[in-house]
Design a protein around this ligand. Structure first.
Ligand SMILES: *[C@@H]1O[C@H](CO)[C@@H](O)[C@H](O)[C@H]1NC(C)=O
Ligand SMILES: *[C@@H]1O[C@H](CO)[C@@H](O)[C@H](O)[C@H]1NC(C)=O
Ligand SMILES: *[C@@H]1O[C@H](CO)[C@@H](O)[C@H](O)[C@H]1NC(C)=O
Ligand SMILES: *[C@@H]1O[C@H](CO)[C@@H](O)[C@H](O)[C@H]1NC(C)=O
Ligand SMILES: *[C@@H]1O[C@H](CO)[C@@H](O)[C@H](O)[C@H]1NC(C)=O
Ligand SMILES: *[C@@H]1O[C@H](CO)[C@@H](O)[C@H](O)[C@H]1NC(C)=O
Ligand SMILES: *[C@@H]1O[C@H](CO)[C@@H](O)[C@H](O)[C@H]1NC(C)=O
Ligand SMILES: *[C@@H]1O[C@H](CO)[C@@H](O)[C@H](O)[C@H]1NC(C)=O
Ligand SMILES: *[C@@H]1O[C@H](CO)[C@@H](O)[C@H](O)[C@H]1NC(C)=O
Length: 736
């Protein structure tokens, strides 16, 4: 069972294949420091598997020649530092030495033998010179261990994290030990000294993930309900379901986040601008690839709209007073200054008469609930009453996993109508406001008149558009003509190319149109990160929704081949394949335009504890059948024989009726057209889905896809990710 070899083993093989500059000298670097073997500035420590290095470094592009002691990726060509010891005390020359002190600590000293940094631990017994030693482990942890006492660990860098959160590390908090591990940003990209941002977990008043600037909150995730953070949208929430285990232990009073995989080539990073994101090393582009960042949208910024206002990126302006409230200062509000928020239109009865029962609630659905929720033991029925009975209570919400949440005072940092929201917020308002009977007729009239106005406006716009369209048509044709000319000029080198005539068949998009449709490839529109580049949601001027894939630069492929391939692939049509609508090639930019799938990918459903309930057995069977049909078409029935090579749950998109459509097919072909089809040295794909002969030898055929299909089916049936660890630390495949 070769496939059962650990993922780390694959990784090492891949790294060996990828990094050609792998030299013997690096391979046999020392991996430990003892009393008698200190490390000088010119030397480094290399962990056993060769992935991490520890020693002196100077940050790239930094001014001066400051020397810091830290840990970085040994074989990644861009300097990627994951931990720094003397972050606020650099050494100004190359005379520094790392050694074990007489008292057993790991210390950094400068040329004049002055102490720069120390692990600062006190040994349990009177130290002898040779009592401790230091080792850099394979996962990038620097450990100070005792020689005696069964090698007890006295200090480790994983317990003193800096800006990076590596696999197998744990961050979190425990009110039993008082330990609270957080990430801290660098001051700037070139200055590793302590920056202004920190990220970590807060336990009180609710359990949330937070980012702070100095001591001020700038982002929060919403409370943890035992399965998800209730304030996060799918894409971001998946980031946590995907790679991280969140362990909440009420008895211990601890709450920790740890990695579910052990791949050292992933890590979470808090950058100097306070953005938190996951980076993974792409062996194909030889660069770090970044998924969603946190905060993601303008609404994620803490308190964006001020008190009693909720934020929604789908609306203009993004801030809106909650029901029963009006802007505190409408002059400011109309100018887009929302910080003062909103005020109550009608005072609460509670305040006037001292009896809470004169008030009621207005309900807002799918909310990121306000900050500072107070948790109570009340059940679902009692929750509203507990709130009504206390005059200072301004809202309540109930969630199965969290229980009854109450708020008093201002309600801040709300987001409304989250796509993946599950918590409804009930805001206390004066009874005359919450009573639906009284407001219904008024609202109906308003709605009717609004609809009337909207209808007239729509007719006007339609008429205007028709006129406008007629006038602008020749203009549009001309730019298309220019595009075709340019494309032909580019491809005319090879007059005899068989597919030349087909070029005109492929719709070409102008870069500026695609840029405008995706709001300049803004993060808000990012749908995900595919193997060949990020994908954005776009809206064409005529209103059609599209998905735009911006291919990473390093495709290493000729323009003609790319064009010809894309033309051919765009002709493949099958109801279980995502349709390619066109492409765009301008300068360095290569973009592919696909139909937009509002339901996103299968993994978003399959691995989400809440959404997976939608997938009943019938639906799962339909999805499996559809994938088979699509794959059969690619392998056998289409004009080209296409081997997908990266079949996995995130590459299966779902349409409105949950019919599966395979995406990213043909891309492997586009990228690999010049290589020997039977054996490639550059292995693309995803660990866990790759057949052993492909992952290890690079041999691939239709059978490789069928292997991936098997893994995918296991996931569909079990609802578990192959990469997650089952019992005995086995992945799903091995476990089955
Ligand atoms: C260093 O400077 C070069 C040139 O200005 C730039 O391309 C590169 O991104 C910089 N690297 C970092 C880590 O800032
Ligand atoms: C070590 O401990 C001393 C005294 O407790 C303190 O002054 C010093 O800053 C500490 N050094 C480090 C590197 O933590
Ligand atoms: C230090 O300890 C190691 C292992 O315990 C031992 O092999 C070595 O001889 C000791 N060296 C000295 C100088 O005591
Ligand atoms: C960090 O905070 C300090 C004090 O608030 C401020 O002076 C400094 O400009 C901030 N630095 C960055 C990089 O934001
Ligand atoms: C943050 O720290 C500053 C200065 O130390 C203090 O004035 C301010 O009140 C603090 N803010 C919060 C929210 O604790
Ligand atoms: C954690 O702190 C809370 C509140 O202070 C307390 O109720 C709880 O008992 C503590 N848990 C432990 C394990 O100390
Ligand atoms: C509203 O804000 C404007 C601009 O900040 C200020 O001049 C004005 O006095 C404010 N009005 C009230 C009623 O506070
Ligand atoms: C009660 O009224 C006072 C004064 O009008 C106001 O400051 C306070 O915020 C009100 N409290 C509530 C819960 O509405
Ligand atoms: C009402 O709520 C406030 C704030 O949550 C709390 O401090 C107070 O004890 C509550 N009063 C009663 C009578 O429960």
């Amino acid at each position: 069972m070769v496939i059962l070899l650990s993922r780390r083993c694959f990784l090492v093989l891949l790294l060996l294949a990828t990094f050609s500059c792998f030299s013997l000298k690096l391979c046999f670097g020392q991996d430990s420091i003892t009393f008698s073997t200190p490390v000088k500035d010119s030397e480094t420590l290399l962990c056993n598997n060769g992935i991490f290095r520890f020693g002196f470094f100077t940050p790239v592009n930094s001014t001066g020649h400051l020397r810091y002691v830290g840990i970085w990726y040994a074989k990644v060509p861009v300097q990627t530092v994951v931990w720094v010891a003397n972050k606020d005390a650099p050494i100004h020359d190359t005379s520094g030495v790392i050694s074990i002190s007489g008292k057993g600590n790991l210390v950094v000293k400068d040329g004049l033998n002055r102490l720069i940094w120390s692990t600062n631990v006190t040994l349990p017994v009177a130290p002898i010179p040779n009592a401790t030693w230091v080792q850099l482990t394979d996962n990038g942890n620097l450990r100070l261990q005792e020689n005696r006492n069964k090698g007890e660990i006295l200090w480790e860098s994983f317990k003193h994290p800096y800006n990076s959160f590596l696999a197998t590390m744990i961050i979190g908090t425990s009110n039993r030990t008082g330990e609270n591990l957080k990430l801290t940003s660098w001051k700037s990209y070139t200055d590793p000294s302590t920056g202004n941002y920190t990220a970590g977990i807060s336990l009180f008043p609710s359990r949330e993930l937070m980012i702070w600037k100095s001591n001020v909150t700038i982002w929060r995730s919403g409370p943890w309900n035992g399965q998800i953070f209730v304030g996060l949208e799918d894409e971001v929430a998946l980031l946590f379901l995907d790679g991280y285990n969140i362990i909440s232990d009420n008895n211990e009073g601890t709450f920790t986040v740890s990695y579910a995989t052990d791949s050292p080539m992933y890590h979470m990073n808090l950058d100097p601008d306070g953005l938190l994101y996951i980076r993974s090393w792409s062996t194909s582009t030889r660069a770090w690839e970044i998924g969603n960042t946190i905060p993601t949208t303008t609404c994620d910024v803490y308190g964006r709209c001020g008190p009693f206002a909720s934020c929604s990126v789908k609306e203009v302006p993004v801030c809106k007073c909650v029901y029963g409230f009006v802007p505190r200062n409408s002059t400011e509000w109309n100018r887009g200054i929302f910080t003062n928020g909103c005020a109550r239109r009608v005072p609460l009865k509670c305040n006037v008469s001292g009896g809470g029962n004169g008030d009621g609630f207005s309900k807002m659905q799918k909310m990121k609930v306000p900050a500072n929720a107070e948790q109570t033991l009340a059940n679902e029925e009692a929750c509203p009453k507990v709130c009504l009975d206390n005059c200072s209570c301004t809202a309540y919400a109930y969630d199965q996993g969290i229980g009854c949440m109450l708020w008093s005072g201002n309600l801040v940092d709300m987001q409304s109508s989250l796509r993946s929201g599950i918590v409804d917020l009930n805001i206390r308002v004066a009874n005359s406001h919450s009573d639906p009977e009284k407001t219904l007729s008024k609202r109906a009239i308003i709605t009717a008149s609004v609809l009337g106005v909207a209808f007239v406006a729509a007719v006007c716009i339609l008429l205007a558009c028709r006129k406008f369209k007629k006038r602008s048509a020749p203009e549009k044709d001309r730019s298309a003509e220019i595009m075709f000319k340019r494309m032909e000029a580019l491809t005319s080198v090879n007059e005899s190319a068989p597919n030349q005539g087909n070029l005109k068949d492929l719709p070409l998009f102008e870069f500026k149109v695609l840029a405008a449709s995706t709001d300049n490839f803004s993060l808000i529109n990012k749908l995900g990160q595919g193997g060949f580049g990020p994908v954005y949601k776009g809206k064409l001027p005529e209103g059609k929704e599209i998905a735009v894939k911006r291919l990473s630069r390093a495709s290493g492929q000729g323009l003609e081949e790319l064009m010809n391939e894309v033309v051919v692939i765009s002709k493949l049509q099958h109801r279980n394949l995502v349709k390619l609508l066109g492409c765009c090639i301008e300068g360095e930019e290569r973009l592919l335009v696909y139909e937009y799938m509002p339901k996103k990918s299968l993994d978003a459903y399959l691995f989400d504890p809440l959404k997976q309930k939608i997938l009943d057995w019938r639906t799962r069977f339909n999805i499996m059948e559809g994938i088979c049909r699509g794959l059969l078409y690619l392998h056998r029935d289409s004009r080209l024989k296409i081997i997908h090579r990266d079949l996995k749950a995130s590459n299966i998109l779902l349409d409105d009726n949950l019919n599966p459509k395979i995406s990213d097919f043909g891309l492997a072909r586009v990228f690999q057209v010049n290589e020997d089809e039977a054996n490639t040295r550059r292995v693309v794909g995803t660990y866990g889905y790759m057949s052993p002969e492909y992952a290890m030898e690079g041999f691939f055929s239709e059978k490789s896809d069928v292997f991936s299909l098997g893994v995918l089916f296991l996931e569909i049936i079990s609802g578990r990710k192959n990469s997650h660890k089952e019992e005995n630390n086995l992945n799903l495949l091995a476990y089955v």
